[in-house]
Design a protein around this ligand. Sequence first.
Ligand code: ZN
Length: 64
Amino acid sequence: MAESTEPVAAQHRAEEATIQTAYSAFIHHTQTCAQCRTEGMDCAVAGELRQAYRAAKEHARDVR
Ligand SMILES: [Zn+2]
């Protein structure tokens, strides 16, 4: 297909957006969560957000 690079580029942008959104959610949580701030480690919610961020990165790597 002659147009094959366009969907790939769009896919990459979508993956980057997913990663950025997951990362922002994690950072935002750690900055606003009292437990994360006072204990200096991930609470259950932060752990899930971190996993989502990692999963998004892993998925993006697989696609590339
Ligand atoms: Zn937290």
